[in-house]
Design a protein around this ligand. Structure first.
Ligand code: SF4
Length: 751
């Protein structure tokens, strides 16, 4: 694709044709007393909690929601996103046809038949792979897809295309947590069901703005508090959960490993550790204890910016507790030191011995709709189904047998999602298929991403709305919304649940798994890619995961419905699943009876959590730390939620949060247009002067596109183990702007 207008997502004609426009309750949808034709139990698509809900359908249109009180996780509760998600159905921006890039049209695209589009995609894949090698065609996918689709797309890349280069947008989300969990426990899943939070003496929340990002978890934490728990929150911002906690640690962005090491130092000094558990259930404590020795409270306070007294208080509450639950999320994970931060948190849990028991828990909070299931079955660059490794000969042979292929034909592990774009720059990747991923908004330093999309010889996007990334595509294929297909997802606790189809795909749109298989057929490579339903894909996934760490072999759609979800591992028809991992005497395929953790000796691993400062420290030119995150009414890159009127009205446009001290110093008033700039780009937004942020830090939510995108500023530094980008800290400067930016006159808030 060449000569795309810039910025593509802000061309007036493109916006007029493809949006984002806003949908509201109108016509049938505003008549709340209407008797629906049917009510379908399913789940919310807008975060990893996956709340149970019922969608009401009238004349094949989703007209509203009803609570699903019996679903055990949320028991009918929902947040604003869940309540308004039905407004994405029958949306005026819904893609009903295939499109091809057409620069003769003001809106940049013209319609084409679905069949013609599929043929074009297949011929371009074939051309690129024949001319430049199999790895020259890459696949980018997403963790909001059902697990069946994630499995199928992994198979499509590894078997059909035999390309190494597939990765997913969980690279932006869960990979630091996953890597840390695998290093410490040998398995990557929340260790406990959320019900274990209620009854814990201490709940520790690090880098998790649960009020905005995981609202139902807030209810669990508040219930714990009502049962007497002390709540400790660590965050650079006084988030809504921090405003109701017992102890707040306002940490400088990027200093979490230092804090965890400092807490462990105090636990050891005060003998607040579980010697029996450490001796019998773990490996590596002595070396770890030595490594945290230099992390005195004084040094910890200097590095983290938290008062020494507060650090001591937190260590005492944590250290002396008999039961506890530690949770973290992207706040500690989105760092070039993200895995070390996660390991630091896990070390605190293991040293306390409080895991694998009721009310003694640990979890990372998944962000995306299928943040858990989407990282389990083969759409990561180094992974095969069941959490198997593409680099492990035994694992390759096991999966190749299910896929009826020679293991030698499976590609080698590929590169991560950001590196795929660097490979485009190096002329190694020439073609790309992208589904359920909006890197133009969501990847850091996203002006670079624009250039790389422009450089591709061929780019195909599968989308339900014309996302900002799809606007770069040569071909856009109309895919399916959450409610237009069925399948499973695995929510934040590790509970596999069932998404049910509510309405049919409109127009020429197809379920994504059909589109992928249509491409395979057009390529003449349909072997193993002729499933007739998501249920058939799930049956193969069960077999492909059997005997692996992430074992779904005992899960069926029927069992999910009967039990309101099934926690993996679940190894047989009789096995009800495993809500709590690591219970004494529990079995796993790696330890084989030796102990509860997923290593041959059954013991958990302490790992030194090395503190490193952020990749880009502040200096005279860029003297403030930028941190990015979410608001409650938006989801990820906003492709869906920036089209839902009431959610946009709730928080219309991104603002730069600034502490009053900083605002005064810079002469910026609340609501004033303010320019934030880094070494990579700049962004002019209104200021929001708030006392709920550190004076040395500014915050911008990342859900918006184009000139409103926070990711114009962020840095593409990545963690060396997980390859997660450092979204949570980079150096910026601020100045009052000379009036509104040019975009303000022509763009609506959501655009
Ligand atoms: S966005 Fe998350 S918390 Fe809100 S309703 Fe949906 S699943 Fe529940």
């Amino acid at each position: 694709m060449k000569d795309a207008p810039y910025p593509e997502d802000q061309s007036v004609e493109m916006l007029e044709r493809f949006g984002p426009h806003l949908a509201y309750m109108r016509g049938t949808r505003s008549a709340t007393d209407l008797e629906p034709d049917r009510v379908v139990k399913t789940h919310c698509c807008f975060c990893g909690q996956q709340c149970g809900m019922k969608l009401k359908v009238k004349d094949e249109e989703i007209i509203g929601i009803e609570p699903w009180y019996e679903f055990p996780f949320n028991k009918g509760k929902m947040c604003p996103k869940g309540i308004k998600r039905y407004l994405q159905n029958r949306h005026p921006d819904r893609l009903l046809h295939a499109y091809k890039k057409d620069l003769s049209k003001p809106e940049g695209f013209s319609k084409m038949s679905y069949e013609e589009a599929i043929q074009k995609v297949a011929s371009e894949i074939d051309r690129i792979q024949t001319s430049h090698g199999k790895d020259a065609f890459a696949v980018l996918t997403g963790a909001s897809l059902t697990t069946e689709k994630a499995y199928l797309i992994g198979k499509f890349a590894h078997k059909t295309l035999q390309t190494s280069n597939i990765d997913y947008n969980g690279r932006l989300c869960m990979v630091s947590a996953g890597a840390g969990n695998n290093l410490a426990f040998g398995v990557d899943r929340a260790a406990n069901p959320w019900s274990d939070i209620i009854g814990s003496e201490v709940v520790w929340i690090s880098g998790a703005n649960i009020g905005d990002c995981a609202p139902i978890t807030t209810d669990y934490v508040w219930q714990a508090r009502e049962h007497g728990a002390k709540i400790i929150v660590v965050d650079p911002r006084l988030t809504s959960i921090a405003r109701t906690c017992d102890l707040f640690l306002p940490i400088k962005p990027g200093r979490d490993a230092a804090l965890f090491n400092g807490i462990l130092h105090l636990m050891i000094e005060n003998d607040w550790i579980d010697h029996d558990f450490i001796a019998s259930q773990t490996v590596g404590f002595e070396a770890l204890a030595e490594s945290v020795h230099p992390w005195t409270p004084r040094r910890t306070a200097e590095v983290t910016g938290i008062r020494e007294k507060t650090i001591r208080q937190a260590a005492e509450w944590w250290g002396e507790a008999k039961t506890s639950f530690l949770m973290h999320a992207r706040g500690i994970e989105h760092h070039s030191n993200g895995v070390q931060n996660v390991l630091g948190a896990i070390n605190m849990v293991l040293a306390s011995g409080r895991i694998g028991r009721k009310n003694c828990g640990y979890a990372t909070i998944t962000g995306q709709g299928n943040g858990q299931g989407g990282r389990e079955h083969g759409q990561k660059c180094d992974q095969l189904p069941g959490g198997r490794s593409l680099g492990n000969p035994e694992h390759r042979a096991e999966v190749a047998k299910i896929w009826k292929m020679d293991p030698a034909d499976l590609p080698k592990p590929g590169v991560d999602a950001y590196e795929i774009f660097r490979e485009v720059e190096r002329d190694k990747i020439k073609g790309l298929l992208c589904i359920c991923f909006n890197p133009v908004v969501s990847l850091p330093d996203n002006n670079y991403i624009r250039k790389m999309l422009d450089k591709l010889e061929f780019f195909v996007s599968i989308e339900f709305f014309m996302s900002e990334t799809a606007r770069f595509a040569d071909i856009v294929l109309p895919g399916s919304l959450h409610e237009e297909d069925e399948g499973t997802v695995t929510q934040c606790e590790g509970r596999v649940i069932k998404i049910n189809k509510v309405v049919e795909c409109p127009g020429d749109a197809r379920q994504d798994w059909r589109i992928i298989q249509d491409i395979c057929a057009a390529l003449g490579r349909e072997d193993g890619m002729t499933f007739e339903s998501p249920a058939a894909i799930f049956e193969e996934l069960r077999q492909a995961s059997k005997g692996a760490v992430i074992d779904y072999s005992g899960i069926s759609y029927e069992k999910i419905e009967r039990q309101n979800g099934v926690f993996w591992p679940c190894r047989s028809e009789e096995d009800p699943g495993t809500p709590r991992l690591f219970e004494p005497g529990s079995w796993n395929p790696i330890a084989d009876g030796e102990g509860p953790f997923y290593f041959p000796d059954g013991k958990a691993r302490f790992n030194e959590a090395t503190y490193r400062p952020p990749a880009e420290e502040i200096d005279a030119d860029y003297p403030f730390m930028l941190t990015t995150g979410r608001v409650v009414s938006q989801f990820l890159s906003g492709t869906q939620t920036r089209r839902i009127g009431p959610l946009v009205d709730h928080y219309p446009e991104p603002r730069i949060e600034i502490h009053p001290q900083l605002a005064e110093r810079l002469g910026i008033e609340d609501g004033q247009w303010t320019r934030a700039y880094s070494r990579r780009g700049d962004c002019t937004l209104r200021a929001s002067v708030v006392r709920t942020i550190r004076p040395d830090t500014v915050f911008i939510p990342y859900h918006w596109a184009g000139k409103k995108s926070a990711n114009q500023l962020t840095i593409s530094a990545q963690d060396p183990i997980s390859h997660i980008p450092e979204y949570k800290v980079c150096a910026v400067n601020l100045e009052p702007a000379n009036g509104p930016p040019a975009y303000a006159a022509k763009l609506e808030p959501q655009q």
